[in-house]
Design a protein around this ligand. Structure first.
Ligand SMILES: [Mg+2]
Length: 346
């Protein structure tokens, strides 16, 4: 009997997103910790986060607290990617105005540049989010940028989710500097592929051998598409199959959870408007609003990863057929609802 080949076997390294993939708040996402710990037996894993405010050691400590032993060197923040970009173009020791949390100044220093927090003469500005950022800091950055300083923003996520609600994210603070200075920042966080290039460089692997894992189509998957490499989209975070309908970015694989990296990607067969994979069939009827999903073989609880692979393939195929986005969104919602039930029952 031929052993099935796990998805991971085709790759030399993994670059994995954090929020919505490994944890949500302080809670570990089901199966993520064990799947990633096991994956490290085969390939190195770098955790790449757009959050520039925290030092990599602090991010590593958060991963350790949910049972995933991690060192700061396993973490890549957008602040590090931004500092690396500046270090390519400025000589060692060049002063860089570091606007943001402690992670921003630390990244500048780690890259061999000199972080400064005041004065408008620095030839470069690295701007990331930080709880301590003041109007004075934004003023200093605006004047430096208006005077011609090179300006790199770690990311432009407009908002930041907190327990109390959405608060201004780095994109909003960057917008303030842009309005005041008339400048335009270079952005290195996802969806820019910069972080993937930097992660591959640090790991010493060719970019083509990297698998990107993420939960957001517009950042993680967009970055992988931009870099021209494969991605695994997991539905444990922000986006569901219904979101694929309006997305310009399509992952290589889709899964319900990270157990998928150790499974062989389900083979989905299509016959007209019927799609079949291990123990599951989906029938899409002309004119019907939803989709009929039957499980057979082991009918009680559909395997969530097979269900997502099936839904993903149905949506990608129908999009290829020219199916309108509104209809795809409705079909995606049917699969998302079935997945919700399957996950609740497992
Ligand atoms: Mg995420």
């Amino acid at each position: 009997m031929i052993e099935p080949t796990p998805l991971l076997a085709a790759y030399r390294a993994v670059v994995c997103d954090l929020d919505g993939v490994v944890y949500r708040g302080s809670q570990a996402i089901p199966f993520a910790v064990s799947a990633l710990a096991q994956a490290r037996g085969f390939v190195p894993v770098t955790f790449a986060t757009n959050n520039a405010s925290r030092h990599p050691d602090e991010v590593a400590a958060a991963l350790c607290s949910i049972g995933l032993e991690t060192r700061g060197t396993d973490v890549l923040t957008s602040a590090q990617a931004g500092a690396a970009r500046l270090a390519r173009d400025f000589p060692a020791g060049t002063p860089v105005l570091a606007v943001g949390g402690p992670g921003v100044a630390a990244a500048v220093a780690e890259a061999g540049l000199t972080p400064v927090t005041g004065g408008t003469d620095a030839p470069a500005v690295l701007q990331g989010w930080g709880r301590e950022v003041t109007v004075g800091d934004l003023a200093t950055a605006s004047i430096a940028v208006a005077r011609g300083a090179r300006w790199v923003a770690t990311n432009t996520d407009r908002t930041l989710p907190t327990a109390a609600g959405l608060v201004p994210g780095n994109g909003t603070l960057v917008a303030a500097v842009r309005e005041a200075s008339g400048g335009r920042p270079e952005v290195v966080g996802k969806p820019s592929p910069d972080m993937l290039h930097e992660a591959a460089r640090r790991l010493g692997v060719a970019l083509a051998g990297v698998l990107v894992i993420g939960d957001r189509l517009d950042t993680d998957i967009a970055a992988a598409v931009g870099a021209g490499i494969d991605s695994l989209w997991v539905l444990t975070g922000v986006h569901g199959l219904a979101d694929l309908a309006g997305s310009a970015f399509t992952p290589t694989y889709a899964a319900a959870d990270l157990r998928a990296v150790h499974q062989s990607p389900p083979v989905v067969a299509r016959d007209a408007m019927t799609w079949t994979t291990s123990g599951l069939t989906a029938r899409v009827n002309e004119g019907a609003t939803g989709v009929e999903i039957d499980s057979w073989g082991r009918p009680d609880i559909p395997d969530p990863n097979a269900l997502v692979a099936l839904g993903f393939r149905v949506l990608v195929d129908l999009r290829g057929d020219g199916c309108p986005a509104e209809r795809l969104a409705v079909l995606g919602e049917s699969f998302d609802a079935s997945l919700h039930c399957a996950v609740a029952e497992q």
